[in-house]
Design a protein around this ligand. Structure first.
Ligand code: NAD
Length: 255
């Protein structure tokens, strides 16, 4: 993909950067000149992703981090700042999709785990990013919600609750930090071809042909297409954009 932004001299932290959309965003930010801190719970994935970027001449740092543990999220943010000297942008993207469950049968353990990663994990990362950004008086944060933050879906109540919550966090932080020079937005991907969705297809949870036919643009999205939306939201081109939940979903939520 051709870089169209210039983030030279800037630093971005990405959670869930070992796979899918987080990895695509890490590559796109690096190609646009940013130093990239890649955080993920999967040590092998994050090491490999970071090595590929440094081998290609980019500045990259691997951070093993479980975002559901606030101390680990805080340590990852602090290490990124210690290493690169500042924090200009963050893409809080780490998340999981639990198996579909009848709402009446869902265990409290599954519900809690989904909220701990998808919602509290974004809260924790954003909280500690804001601590640095408010001292700088500048910053741009993008939180990963989902089309599941905008609509419901049978069998997916816990996931959709977590993704609706991300939008509430995003809007409130945007209002709080706009006057202090920090923009906070959410991206709402539709059905995107990543290892997460590949796993759902392989497990019989999602019919790919049906999913493709359900979009106005009748294919699945790509991780690069989400990365480009994240880069735009992080860029000066979106300088007057804050508190939005941007669908990048092939028209799904227009129906
Ligand atoms: P993916 O499974 O390919 O990548 C997710 C990454 O997050 C993995 O590298 C995983 O190791 C990491 N991760 C999981 N739990 C973690 C934790 N506790 N701490 C740190 N890292 C953790 O998935 P993806 O499709 O790229 O999804 C990225 C985000 O996009 C998720 O928040 C997901 O809910 C959201 N999303 C995905 C889709 C889709 O269609 N793929 C649609 C809407 C939203």
């Amino acid at each position: 993909m051709n870089p169209i932004y210039d983030f030279t001299g800037q630093v971005v932290l990405i959670t869930g950067a070992g796979s899918g959309m987080g990895l695509a965003a890490a590559r796109a930010f690096a190609a646009s000149g940013a130093a990239v801190a890649l955080a993920d719970i999967d040590e092998n994935a994050i090491d490999a992703a970071t090595r590929d970027l440094t081998d290609a001449g980019h500045q990259a740092l691997a951070l093993v981090c479980d975002v559901s543990d606030e101390d680990q999220a805080a340590a990852a943010v602090d290490r990124a700042v210690e290493t690169f000297g500042r924090l200009d942008m963050a893409y809080n993207n780490a998340g999981i999709m639990p198996p579909p469950t009848d709402a009446a049968d869902e265990s409290s353990d599954q519900f809690d785990r989904v909220q701990a990663i998808n919602l509290r994990g974004i809260w924790a990362a954003m909280k500690h990013e804001l601590r640095h950004m408010r001292n700088q008086g500048s910053g741009a944060i993008v939180n990963c919600s989902s089309l599941g933050g905008l609509v419901g879906n049978p069998g997916r109540a816990a996931y959709h609750a977590s993704k609706h919550g991300v939008i509430g966090l995003t809007k409130s932080a945007a209002l709080e930090y706009g006057p202090r020079g920090i923009r906070v937005n959410a991206v709402c991907p539709g059905t995107i071809s990543t290892p997460m969705v590949d796993g759902m297809v392989a497990g019989g949870e999602l019919d790919r042909a049906e999913a493709e036919a359900g979009q106005a643009i009748d294919r699945l999205g790509t991780a690069d297409e989400i990365a480009q939306a994240v880069l735009w939201l992080s860029s000066p081109g979106a300088g007057y954009v804050t508190g939005i939940a941007l669908p990048v979903d092939g028209g799904h939520t227009a129906q």
